[in-house]
Design a protein around this ligand. Structure first.
Ligand code: CU
Length: 150
């Protein structure tokens, strides 16, 4: 074998070693996210506010995980929480109907006029996706918001 042929072989072996090392590192990097344990369920707070002539949910967009709880807290004004049956993921309506306490209509909770009161829903076993909701008394003022279960 000539010197140049030996050099070529050495370079080729080194190149293969680099590729194998890179591939091993890549799989090592992605491993933790695949094996990460599910976190404990959380409780999130969404404020229901009337302020300066406006009515709003704060935050208006929230991302949670299935099993989490959302507590809508009355801060000012009188509000409620309602979901649109056609604006939640497939299969969510029946689960949501069972999970919502004190409803005055399908998927519509009672009003909470007293500061400090809250309306609480546990999103246990709910399908992933987008859940749009509203406050019935202030729907004409666009008091709307959304939850994402990821
Ligand atoms: Cu409202």
């Amino acid at each position: 074998m000539s010197i140049s042929r030996l050099r070529f072989t050495a370079v080729a072996v080194a190149a293969i070693a680099v590729v194998v090392t890179a591939a091993t590192n890549a799989s090592a990097r992605t491993l933790p996210s695949r094996t990460a344990p599910p976190r404990a369920a959380k409780t999130w707070e969404v404020k229901m506010i009337t302020q300066d002539g406006k009515q709003l949910f704060e935050p208006a967009e929230l991302t949670i995980q299935a099993g989490d709880t959302v507590k809508w807290l009355a801060v000012s004004g009188s509000h409620n929480v309602g979901f649109w049956a056609d604006s939640v993921p497939a299969g969510a309506v029946e689960l949501l109907r069972k999970a919502m306490p004190d409803t005055i209509a399908p998927l519509l909770g009672v009003r909470k006029p007293i500061k400090g009161d809250s309306y609480v829903v546990v999103f246990s076993g709910m399908p992933k996706g987008l859940y749009k909701y509203y406050c019935k008394p202030h729907l004409n003022k666009m008091m709307v918001a959304q939850l994402t279960i990821k």
